[in-house]
Design a protein around this ligand. Structure first.
Ligand code: SF4
Length: 765
């Protein structure tokens, strides 16, 4: 009997809201207290302190949280992590277990009514599990049987493109390389990844303008920067140790401009827990000029800043880096004449920022030459996400702020190895160079046709064109846009497979048959033949380094990700495959040697990571080398203003993370920096809008989006008055993902429009 389809919406129950109002600083004693509370409650005190001492140390393991880099030189003995790094570790190193008996007790139907928070707090998965056709309960399966089941299903597909292989940013370089190799040997480029949903717009915009889809700065650029711009990013919650880098900039006389629809606590003031002076004082004021831009009006704001800079340039001639522009760039004249087309008044009005504040920012830009621009999803997850990035590049190019110390681009990556996965081949297109290398090193004929990215994979599953979905990590259904559509797509598959450490909603929104393959976490020992093994990862600034887990694994039945992938590959491809899958998964040195053989920049890979130091991958933008671009020049771009066509009662809604969450993982129910406690179903609204539409504080409302005649509803949110621009709204991801239409995404990058969703708000009846 077919299993009834499940709804993937998160729980609609309220959990007891308390409001205190926004905090005016980040970290401090409270940050330490919360970090320790999480770590100790999940791990116990001794295990917590011992494990935290190895987090982000050269002889330890990489934080499973964000991709912010560790210092190149010495690491702090007090701890090289933030509050949210401790929370991420606590989630992974928890002592709670999801044993087979758990699945005997609960049906997937019952579990689907749990919140993401409750599911995540269940603990670590301990055994491979299968959900058989028609069944409501996962049951234990032997590893061998699980691999046979997968191999049979993959072999039975009429076409390799009927399978989709998703990668989350947690996977190591070694696992990701093997996975990509397997996909291509199997015959498909269907390799969506979490980058498709977050920084793909950065990759596209940067590649087209600077010739590399990554940022150009390193951590040591921050103390040298004269000006750091943080735009569309909330580092206090999403990349907390970045606040130390901003503090270093300020200590040396640098200035900070913050551009965001919300004024976030982390960008107001930072009390570094490692600095006694900070802890005894007010800490460091971070932002010098805050520009509270309206949602998705960043281009209007950047254009008016560039227009005003050009006016000053015409008078004193010293504002732009004329030599750099002449020698290293092209299309400057086109940019200037395009700026001419816009009226300053109109741009200011669209941006939502007053002219006096804009002029303060312009002054800082005019007087400084070493500028870093940092950004995250506030720029990338819009229809014009790629143009948002290009406009930032325009500003940096005018100032000659690329390819010199203390200056450059800094897209701050969300998941710890999302950048590394891409570098080692997780991409839904195979370049001619990669194809040739794979042929030479492995005798693999990689498919030439581009594969499916995330949104197109979901569409293919929904339309029945893809039938097998395998996820290397992640919580796909909660991370993707259009939750109900994505859930239906996954449930149409013949087989869904999750290689996971912890229970999450994607295990419940299952295909006809579903497998959970439990794997080692970052913090755990990965042993082979009585010896510890290590893996490698790449941080947000292109540095590759080793990560070696220290804890006893959560269960004796776990396998490492490379082992799981190698077994799937060898069973599916059989003895004809010339790739030594099992040997490589037994000895990661062999994988790294092959990466060095196939990919540029990884020479002497093993040697360079074994000493704990690691190495930076080549970065042409860092060297101001634009030889790969047309005429060997960095490219100025012409970017248009977005056109949302809002009616009087429409709002633009952006999804945001609470301070107690990392991507889809919900650590707790508090958003301390925004003063919201014990509740996630909240809608941040400007008090004037509340008055206009007669919404009261904590009134229950439904949020409704309508695209192409399809109405999507996120029911039951509590309205909170908040300092957000008029006609703008914010609420938490993944609760609001249900509103994001699957077929509306950024031009060129296909990143969902999760930061500018057109919605209406109506009272819940
Ligand atoms: S800043 Fe990011 S990588 Fe560093 S400890 Fe915090 S969560 Fe982990």
């Amino acid at each position: 009997m077919a299993r009834p389809k499940l709804n993937a919406n998160t729980s609609e129950e309220f959990t007891g809201i308390k409001l205190t109002g926004p905090a005016d600083f980040a970290a401090g004693a409270k940050g330490v207290q919360v970090a320790l509370e999480h770590a100790i409650s999940e791990m116990g005190a001794i295990r917590a302190f011992k494990t935290l001492a190895k987090l982000n140390q050269k002889d330890g393991f990489d934080c499973p949280g964000c991709a912010w880099p560790d210092p190149d030189d010495k690491r702090s003995v007090l701890g090289e992590y933030c509050e949210n790094g401790a929370k991420a570790l606590a989630e992974e190193a928890t002592l709670k277990r999801v044993e087979p008996s758990f699945f005997q007790k609960y049906t997937i139907q019952e579990l689907s009514t749990w919140s993401d928070f409750q599911l995540g707090k269940s603990g670590r998965l301990t055994h491979p599990m299968v959900l058989r056709e028609g069944s409501q309960h996962y049951e234990k399966i032997e590893w061998d049987d699980a691999f046979d089941l997968m191999a049979n299903q993959l072999q039975a597909l009429e076409n390799p493109n009927e399978a989709v292989f998703y990668t989350s940013g947690r996977s190591s370089n070694e696992a990701a390389f093997l996975y990509g190799l397997f996909c291509r040997a199997y015959g498909t480029n269907n390799m969506p990844d979490c980058s498709n949903m977050c920084h793909e717009s950065s990759g596209v915009g940067l590649s087209q303008t600077l010739g590399i889809g990554k940022g150009s700065v390193v951590l040591n650029d921050f103390p040298q920067a004269e000006l750091v711009v943080v735009i569309g990013q909330n580092p206090g919650t999403n990349h907390p140790r970045m606040l130390s880098a901003l503090k270093d900039c300020k200590k040396n006389g640098g200035k900070i401009i913050a551009i965001n629809p919300l004024e976030e606590a982390g960008l107001k003031r930072f009390k570094n827990p490692q600095s006694p002076k900070d802890m005894l004082s007010r800490g460091t004021e971070i932002t010098d000029v805050f520009l509270q831009v309206k949602i998705n009006e960043d281009i209007a704001l950047l254009k008016v800043i560039m227009k005003k800079l050009y006016e000053i340039q015409k008078i004193d001639g010293d504002v732009f880096d004329v030599d750099f522009i002449q020698n290293k760039t092209e299309h400057y004249e086109a940019l200037i004449s395009d700026l001419d087309k816009y009226s300053t008044t109109e741009l200011i009005e669209r941006s939502g920022v007053d002219e006096k504040t804009i002029d303060q920012a312009v002054q800082l830009f005019a007087e400084r030459q070493k500028i870093i621009i940092c950004w995250a999803m506030g720029l990338t997850q819009h229809k014009n996400g790629v143009d948002n990035i290009k406009e930032c590049v325009n500003l940096l190019l005018l100032k000659g702020s690329i390819g010199k110390d203390g200056a450059g681009t800094c897209p701050v990556r969300g998941h710890s190895n999302v950048q590394g996965d891409r570098s080692v081949g997780i991409v839904h297109k195979s370049s001619p160079a990669l194809t040739a290398s794979l042929k030479e090193s492995f005798d693999i004929d990689a498919p030439q046709a581009p594969g499916l990215d995330t949104v197109h994979s979901i569409m293919a599953m929904y339309e029945g064109k893809a039938k097998v979905f395998i996820a290397l990590g992640g919580n796909f259904v909660s991370a993707a846009s259009d939750t109900n559509y994505t859930a239906e797509a996954l449930q149409k598959c013949d087989l869904t497979v999750s290689i996971s450490t912890k229970l999450n909603r994607s295990h419940l929104i299952a295909g006809k048959v579903s497998l959970i393959l439990p794997t080692l976490g970052r913090s755990e020992m990965d042993r082979s033949k009585g010896k510890n093994r290590f893996v490698t990862v790449e941080n947000s600034m292109g540095k590759v380094h080793k990560s070696e887990g220290k804890l006893k694994p959560a269960s004796g039945h776990l396998m490492s990700e490379p082992e799981i992938i190698a077994k799937i590959a060898s069973r599916t491809l059989g003895p004809e495959s010339k790739v030594p899958w099992i040997e490589m998964s037994n000895n990661y040195d062999l994988i790294r040697d092959k990466i060095a053989e196939v990919l540029i920049g990884f020479d002497s890979y093993n040697k360079r990571v074994k000493n704990g130091e690691g190495f930076y991958l080549p970065n042409n933008a860092r060297q101001a080398d634009f030889s790969k671009l047309p005429n060997g020049k960095a490219q100025f771009s012409i970017c248009s203003l977005p056109d949302h066509q809002l009616s009087e009662d429409d709002f633009l809604l952006m999804t945001i993370r609470s301070h107690d969450q990392f991507n889809t993982t919900i650590y707790g129910l508090d958003d301390r920096y925004r003063g919201v406690y014990q509740e996630r179903r909240v809608l941040f609204m400007n008090p004037e809008d509340m008055l206009k539409y007669s919404f009261e504080k904590l009134q229950v409302v439904d949020i409704v989006s309508e695209y192409d005649g399809i109405i999507r509803v996120a029911p039951k949110f509590l309205v909170i008055p908040y300092a957000i621009p008029i006609q703008n709204l914010a609420c938490y991801f993944p609760e609001a993902n249900v509103l994001v239409p699957i077929n509306h995404f950024a031009t060129q990058s296909n990143t969902p429009i999760s930061k500018s969703i057109k919605v209406k708000v109506r009272a819940n009846k």
